[in-house]
Design a protein around this ligand. Structure first.
Ligand SMILES: [Zn+2]
Length: 139
């Protein structure tokens, strides 16, 4: 079953696009962002990897290299609390950002005015016997 030329939808994710995609991933671009740059669906590479074991291997390797590239100290986004938390960066900018974020969380938790205290409705006895039952229940 060979596709006749000029029939069907043109292939967007051809060999050139695949090589560019893998290069972007290896440089640290995330899968979705790399797909957006090439104008393909985010699922296209994953679907190709499911059909093509050779591409699957390259895809996994490129993702691994990209992960390493993103976590190199010079590529971290300094001054972001997420870098302090997820990459354990203790540079002054990340430490300050994480401290500010924690202080912010504590501050909003303490001054939460949406929480309201509702008084409990105290049941009132309706008959003489129910009054004694309530008293017995309390003790
Ligand atoms: Zn840092």
């Amino acid at each position: 079953m060979t596709a006749a030329p000029g029939r069907g939808r043109p292939v967007l994710f051809d060999a050139t696009a695949q090589a560019e995609f893998l290069r972007l991933l290896a440089d640290g671009t995330r899968v979705g962002d790399a797909a957006d740059k090439l104008g393909i669906s985010r699922r296209t590479p994953t679907q190709l990897a499911a059909r093509d074991p050779r591409f699957a291997e390259q895809f996994a390797a490129a993702k691994g290299r990209g992960r390493d590239a993103r976590s190199r100290p010079e590529n971290l986004k300094h001054g972001d609390p997420a870098t302090y938390n997820n990459h354990a960066c203790r540079c002054p900018r990340c430490t300050a950002a994480a401290t500010a974020a924690r202080t912010g969380h504590r501050h909003t938790a303490r001054t939460d005015t949406t929480a309201q205290i509702r008084p409990l409705r105290v049941p009132q006895p309706t008959t003489a016997t129910s009054k004694f039952l309530m008293l017995a229940d309390v003790g």
